[in-house]
Design a protein around this ligand. Structure first.
Ligand SMILES: C[S@@+](CC[C@H](N)C(=O)[O-])C[C@H]1O[C@@H](n2cnc3c(N)ncnc32)[C@H](O)[C@@H]1O
Length: 414
């Protein structure tokens, strides 16, 4: 999706080693710093654009861990100098060097200024590893002083929260225990306002999928949704945000979309070109999961699950046309399953399945039919099977008293 922005904020991307460029910046200039440095993976990161025309790369190969720590320490020291006293720094890493990075930050910013370790959690589907599948990265959040900018954010209550807990006022009793407050007549009191639950430190934000419009082809590109969340949390409109390892420019684009100014640096000429291009032409993928929320995907669960009992399949929760995939292939093909909805004709159900299966080449399809249609629909590409309940209904009509007797008589002879 193309975003339009009417505000005239300033955005500047520098080419070079961030240490040298930062040395030219004044003390206490930036309101917020986010960095996503090489993670100490020991790899050359290579990726190409979708059309294969452009190859982007950066190196994350080091002589030793000491060498890496020294590289980062020098730069983090400079970052503290150019951060405002009310500013915060967010350092993105994963388990490769998170211990060392935490030590660097404790030393530079002080343990007292550690605010949170944010866990960026995302779903991945892969069974290639023998062990637990990595599904998160870490973002260390420190402020420069105790007086820092922070915009409180609230989220919804969990489904298991008791309605009384939300609506009724509470107070502490003489033991310090939380109890419901009562007025002078002994009636329970209602809360004035409930904003929700303060934002936690585990954020589920989908990874950019390979087909996402937002994806530029730059290796390790982070989602705009993640950067926007950080920027909104710890800065105000008009503030200046800084990313010393900006890569494809995600931080600067997120700053632009949230009406902040930004400065980015990258040592790669291709990255700088790409970041500048994205600033002119920001494209953001709207995540259906974030827009609709997990709950929206659970609406049909009970109905669909009930009709899939006994079928050895993997349930698909976020697809408009496919409800499940058989675990075993059918005639060498993946087999997609849909359950006809209560308010849906067989024709509509087949259409939804065919549409969803369009891009799933070489697949077989099964529709579990749950109600009779006045108009019989047929489709050569979809196997239609009746649900047990529908099959019993058909039998009720088919087996007349006479037929039953005949069957019994034949059984007797046998
Ligand atoms: C993990 S990537 C950043 C990806 C970025 N967050 C994004 O969303 O596209 C790390 C970047 O640091 C850059 N880099 C490595 N060493 C650098 C240095 N000394 N100064 C500036 N940039 C550097 C690399 O070229 C690479 O683009």
């Amino acid at each position: 999706m193309q975003q339009n922005n009417n505000h005239n904020n300033n955005h500047k991307i520098y080419l070079g080693d961030c240490l040298e460029v930062m040395q030219g910046f004044a003390d206490k200039r930036f309101d917020l710093i986010y960095l996503d440095p090489p993670f100490f993976t020991g790899r050359e990161h290579l990726l190409s654009t979708r059309n294969g025309e452009k190859l982007y790369q950066f190196s994350d190969v080091w002589k030793s861990e000491k060498d890496y720590i020294n590289f980062l320490s020098l730069r983090v020291h400079e970052m503290r100098r150019i951060l405002k006293d009310t500013g915060s720094i967010f350092v993105h890493c994963d388990n490769k060097a998170s211990n060392s990075i935490r030590n660097i930050l404790d030393e530079e910013f002080g343990r007292d200024n550690f605010r949170s370790e944010i866990i960026w959690y995302y779903k991945r589907w892969s069974n290639s590893r023998n062990g637990l599948l990595p599904q998160h990265q870490n973002i260390f959040y420190y402020s420069k002083t105790n007086n820092f900018k922070f915009n409180k954010e609230y989220t919804g209550y969990s489904a298991t929260t008791n309605v009384d807990q939300i609506l009724q006022k509470r107070k502490r009793d003489y033991r310090g225990k939380a109890i419901y407050a009562k007025d002078s007549d002994g009636n329970l009191m209602i809360c004035d306002e409930k904003k929700g639950v303060p934002l936690g430190d585990v954020w589920e934000i989908p990874f950019l999928n390979p087909k996402a419009q937002e994806r530029t082809g730059y290796p390790t590109q982070k989602p705009l949704n993640l950067l926007e969340k950080i920027i909104r949390l710890a800065s105000e409109e008009g503030d200046e945000v800084f990313d010393p390892f900006c890569g494809s420019g995600t931080t600067c684009v997120a700053a632009k979309l949230t009406n902040r100014n930004s400065v980015g640096i990258d040592i790669s000429k291709d990255a700088v070109e790409l970041a500048n291009y994205r600033l002119i032409n920001p494209i953001k993928t709207q995540s259906a999961l974030l827009q609709k929320g997990e709950e929206a995907y659970k609406i049909f669960d009970e109905w669909v699950d009930a009709h899939l009992v006994g079928i050895d399949c993997n349930r698909i929760a976020r697809n408009a046309g496919i409800d499940a995939i058989l675990k075993k292939n059918l005639n060498g093909c993946v087999c997609l399953i849909r359950v006809q909805r209560e308010n849906e004709s067989v024709f509509e159900s087949i259409s939804a399945l065919l549409k969803a299966a369009k891009t799933k080449h070489n697949s077989q399809m099964i529709l579990i039919k749950t109600s009779e249609d006045f108009f019989e629909s047929d489709c050569r590409d979809v196997y239609i099977i009746n649900s047990p309940a529908l099959e019993i209904k058909r039998l009720e009509n088919y087996i007349k008293p006479d037929t039953q007797r005949t069957i019994l008589q034949i059984a007797d002879v046998g």
